[in-house]
Design a protein around this ligand. Structure first.
Ligand code: GAP
Length: 491
């Protein structure tokens, strides 16, 4: 059932201009790269704005940044991405397909569990954990052979050795090939914040604790790209680094863990869709980490990570660049002495905008039975929070003549400074309503002959489908009441 719903959401995205496969006209498009269509870009912008308003506008100790995608290559040496940002890969020599070795083993564990072979599943899980911890690639291959794992395509067990495959995309910068420098497309936005830590702190006279937030594209050469926009090679992150006094990181980690979940819940979707997933195995730079997971049609998956990153990044940049990354803290400690100079600790919140977009669509997508008797019908409605909907209001003249389009256009001219409006004069009104339901438009306004006589229109509510007659002069105040950032940001 869930798989079925997911397929419907994916085709809805294409049919209604939310998401298209990149350069689809060529060989069905580029793998794991997607374009946002005319309605998708509006929803995505609104989701980004929701994040930005909450993080930057609602916190006077958090400021924004827009760092470049290209960064000095040493950045990625310091961050550990050149040496450590890789997955263990194995190729099948017959199908020529490449797999993540750990994924092949995880699939086998899931199969053992499904078949009730719990002991075998546990045994393999322990062996896999040990091999990953020790970075023992030969042992990963041995496990694949011992457990007789075959390529799902060729069905053979003709495997290459397991090799590490770095996930960063690279290109060259410079006019001449011979003196060009290899540079990388950033695999996370966070490093742009770290290298600008002192620029922002000094120019903004920021006092610890404070945060720097940014949204932007990140690139990863994901081998296993699946589930639509869940795992892409070009995607967008919304990250915030919160700089704190060493020793206070646990308390701030708890603060952001709670604050971020609250932000998700304010979208108004069922609470049961969300859960925390604590990391047991921590990255080398972290002293605590938790994911916020959402229950997608294909199961609970990570949407956001909250990481206590210690002073790892700032310290590494200080060591490699030779530039001090210290902050002078004039506040007094319990002995009445200033805390003095230190490298701040960092709590990071990192959410994927595309995954947020995907869960928003999955949670909003509804098929409802409407009407009775021979008027029975199914409508697809996106029950989006009104403030996030691509269009806030659609205006329909009942017919294309008798001055009705002019009245409709005049209404749009009054509303368009505050609201994204949709105009349509083709097709029966019922059909036009259905199209707006499928886009998630919270209100439709119909202009008819009575509108000319007494300056009233019909307003139709997306969720209840209720229709009421209201004066044209009241449209704006009705929208203002129903659509506001305050509703969602003050929850
Ligand atoms: N700076 C920390 C960091 O990048 P991450 O867990 O690798 O952490 C953070 O990524 C978030 O970015 C994830 O929770 C996910 O929402 C999103 N993300 C990561 N890889 C992605 C991909 N290939 N496609 C779409 N979103 C991705």
């Amino acid at each position: 059932m869930s798989e079925e719903v997911f397929k419907k959401v994916v085709s809805h995205c294409k049919e209604y201009g939310f998401v298209f496969t990149s350069s689809e006209i060529y060989d069905n498009g580029l793998g794991a790269v997607y374009d946002y269509g005319q309605n998708g870009v509006e929803l995505k912008n609104n989701l980004r704005q929701y994040w930005w308003k909450f993080m930057v506008q609602m916190h006077d100790n958090i400021v924004g940044l827009d760092a470049a995608i290209f960064m000095h290559p040493k950045t990625w040496k310091a961050s550990g991405h050149i040496d450590g940002f890789s997955d263990p890969m194995i190729d099948n020599k017959d199908s020529k397909k490449r797999y993540r070795a750990d994924n092949l083993l995880e699939d086998k564990i899931a199969k053992y569990q499904k078949d009730g072979k719990t002991n075998k599943a546990d045994e393999l899980q322990n062996a896999l954990d040990a091999a990953l911890l020790a970075n023992d690639l030969a042992q990963l291959k041995t496990l694949i052979e011992q457990h007789e794992i075959a390529c799902p395509i060729s069905g053979t067990r003709n495997w290459t050795d397991v090799r590490q495959f770095n996930l960063m995309f690279s290109t060259e910068m410079g006019a001449m090939a011979e003196d060009a420098d290899k540079i990388y497309l950033r695999p996370e936005t966070a490093q742009g914040i770290f290298v600008n830590f002192l620029n922002v702190q000094k120019s903004g006279r920021m006092k610890i604790p404070f945060g720097i937030a940014q949204t932007g594209k990140a690139f990863r050469n994901e081998i296993i790209a699946r589930q639509f926009i869940m795992r892409m090679r070009e995607f967008e992150q919304m990250e915030m680094q919160f700089f704190v006094r060493p020793g206070t990181q646990k308390q701030w980690f708890e603060y952001w863990k709670e604050a971020r979940l609250k932000w998700h819940l304010a979208l108004g979707f069922d609470k049961a869709n969300y859960r925390y997933h604590d990391h047991v195995k921590l990255a080398h730079y972290a002293d605590a980490a938790v994911d916020i997971e959402f229950d997608f049609p294909f199961g609970f998956k990570e949407v956001e990570g909250i990481h206590s990153r210690t002073d790892f990044d700032l310290k590494s940049h200080q060591d490699l660049s030779g530039k001090k990354m210290q902050y002078f803290d004039a506040d007094l400690d319990e002995n009445g002495k200033p805390y003095g100079n230190y490298i701040p600790y960092v709590i990071e919140t990192s959410i994927g905008l595309d995954r947020l977009f995907l869960y928003t669509l999955c949670a909003s997508y509804n098929e409802e039975e409407v009407g009775e008797g021979d008027k029975k019908d199914t409508r697809v409605v996106l029950a989006l929070p009104p403030i996030l909907a691509p269009y806030k209001v659609a205006i329909f003249p009942l017919t294309k003549k008798d001055g009705l389009p002019e009245v409709a256009r005049k209404i749009i001219d009054d509303l368009k400074f505050d609201y994204n409006c949709f105009y349509e004069e083709k097709d029966a009104i019922g059909k036009r309503y259905r199209r707006q339901d499928a886009l998630g438009t919270p209100f439709c306004i119909t202009v008819d002959h009575e509108s000319i006589e007494n300056q009233t229109v019909t307003i139709r509510h997306r969720d209840s489908m209720l229709q009421e007659r209201i004066p044209i002069a009241e449209i704006k105040s009705i929208l203002d009441k129903a659509i506001s950032w305050k509703d969602i940001l003050s929850k």
